[in-house]
Design a protein around this ligand. Structure first.
Ligand code: DGP
Ligand code: NA
Ligand code: NA
Length: 210
């Protein structure tokens, strides 16, 4: 049994948004909802700080190490590449993945530093394409008010504003923008509906690449 998928593949569902947009709590809520529905689901997140590449990223974000902008960009991308084959086998085996951040973070955060967008996108080409990208839309100022930032490298309002602009330019047909300033339960309800529709629609669709 591959769990609720009626033999079809799992869905690749990505949550994107600024820091403190509510992605992590909403991912967790969505995950337990889908599990409760008997759907084979796993929650993933990028950066995956547990791998050796992820540990380098984590040190960089904590300002414990300094890396050239392009170097850290490629490490974030490598961190997604090192999980690609596992991601593919999970999806083909019928497991839906709810992923907290993906390639769009990669492009938006690096482009916000002034790197060329085309250059930023290039290493993402060939990673698995999401079936659904849910963008939690929160004003940078509002996000900053939410209990403040944790002190990591990118957690500054001016920088997050530029990230937001780049996110907006990345929207495509797989994106659904959800107003992340609505009450948590309302956001949660919208995510449930988007995810359930996506899971049933993509069962017979082929996996594609970015
Ligand atoms: P999180 O663990 O979701 O709080 O993400 C850590 C920080 O790293 C957050 O500020 C977003 C940023 N980030 C996530 N993915 C990437 C990426 O691929 N490239 C860059 N430059 N930044 C990223
Ligand atoms: Na963060
Ligand atoms: Na998060």
């Amino acid at each position: 049994d591959n769990g609720g998928g009626k033999g079809g593949r799992g869905a690749l569902i990505v949550l994107e948004g600024l820091d403190r947009s509510g992605k992590s709590s909403q991912s967790a809520r969505l995950l337990s909802f889908l599990e409760g529905k008997g759907c084979a689901t796993e929650g993933w997140r990028f950066p995956d700080r547990d791998t050796s590449v992820g540990k380098m990223i984590s040190a960089y974000l904590a300002n414990e190490s300094q890396l050239d902008d392009r170097t850290i960009h490629l490490l974030f991308s490598a961190n997604r590449w090192e999980k690609r084959s596992l991601m593919e086998s999970k999806l083909l085996g019928g497991t839906t993945l709810v992923v907290d951040r993906y390639s769009y973070s990669g492009v938006a955060f690096s482009a916000a530093k002034g790197l060329d967008i085309g250059w930023c996108k290039a290493p993402e080409v060939g990673l698995l394409a999401p079936d659904l990208v849910i963008y939690l839309d929160v004003q940078p100022e509002k996000a900053a008010e939410r209990g403040g930032y944790g002190g990591e490298r990118y957690e500054r309002v001016e920088f997050q504003k530029r990230v937001a602009e780049h996110y907006h330019s990345l929207r495509d047909s797989t994106w659904k923008v959800v107003d992340g300033s609505l009450p948590m339960e309302t956001v949660e309800e919208q995510l449930r509906e988007l995810a359930m529709n996506c899971i049933s629609e993509c069962q017979d669709k082929q996996l594609t690449n970015l």
